[in-house]
Design a protein around this ligand. Sequence first.
Ligand SMILES: *Cc1c(COP(=O)(O)O)cnc(C)c1O
Length: 426
Amino acid sequence: MSTTPKQPTRPASPIWHPFTQHALQPEMTMISRGEGAYLYTPEGTRIIDAISSWWVVTHGHRYAPIIEAIKAQADQLDQVIFAGFTHPPAEALAADLVAVTPEGLDHIFFSDSGSTCVEVALKMALGYWRNIGKPRSRIVVMEGSYHGDTIGTMSVGERGVFNAAYAPLLFDVAQVPFPEKGREAETLKALEVLCAEEPAAFIVEPLILGSGGMKMYGPDVLAAMKRICEAHGVLFIADEVMTGWGRTGTLFACEQAGIVPDIACYSKGLTGGSIPLAITMCRREIFDAHYSEDRTRTFYHSSSYTANPIACAAGHANLQVWRNEPVRERIEKLKTMQATHLERFRDDARFSDVRQCGTITAMDLKVGDAGYLADVGPRLRAFFAERQLLLRPLGNTLYVMPPYCVTHEDLDTIYDAIAAAADMMA
Ligand SMILES: *Cc1c(COP(=O)(O)O)cnc(C)c1O
């Protein structure tokens, strides 16, 4: 205990915030209202939400049709056990989901967060192999991936400072390198070799690795990886928790590669970002492997709030928004606006790898020495906070992932601040 650093003043609130070092960030920003692309403090300060409140808000905060559905459902049924019971919002949402997701994803398992729906996917994959009498358990992952913060999802994600303390509990996985531009063949070769060793599944974030630094790769690579898994009978799990609901330009990222995963995970934008809900969808074969009069083949997974009716009503309302409103046109417009704003950084020597995937843009601020690198994220965040902007760089990677209702003027403000931040750091 002698090495314990000097204790800073204790925080005033008992709340322990996520991904927060309270000793370095003593003050939380109080937010009391949200509307469209903006968050408001109790004093009325307006903050532009340039990262969709951690990638969840799609149409905007408090999007009217979704909020109305939540209110209406709260008046009917708030919660019911989902084992042995069902309810109208879950059934309506499930029917709509089967219709909009890639053809062949016929079954839906409800849960309540991105991490959980990935855990469910891993359990479905292992259950499938066990139930067909060919037990397999090895999971193949991509370098730099993020799939959540529970023990299982950390195991299949990139190892580092974020999970070093828990490393003894994490299970072993096999890893393929990230498909860097021009070196995609190395990834495919590695996947080919690992798939020949009969793993249970390959899990991947399609087209863009979110928390891993907004690293992007093309639909051709995604399609090729799917072909390799298929050829070897390895289950292909697409973690679309972040990429789903229009972020990459299409409703789902897998559409761009023309592939249908065996198991797909969706969460963040599923309710438009209003309320927690997640789903794991799978092909018929995976459900069928569990479908039996033999109780030992049951899929033993549940959480207390599985398919909460209010959350399902919000999800169903989101799908109606997608059906009834020109969401795709809004996304096209946002893609174009984002590309226009990114243009000024293309020749800026202070940035490298200026890139875009659908509605998401990212660029890396060149930072001299590595010791300084750990500090750059928090410094940038503070710089943007002073300008009433919610931007949360991943190390030296700056990215903009706004709700689809963001205006050209909001983007001007955001990108001007990014340019100013580079001046500040120079
Ligand atoms: C955010 C995220 C998760 C985890 O979702 P939570 O709701 O935070 O548990 C999993 N996978 C990907 C790709 C994500 O971006």
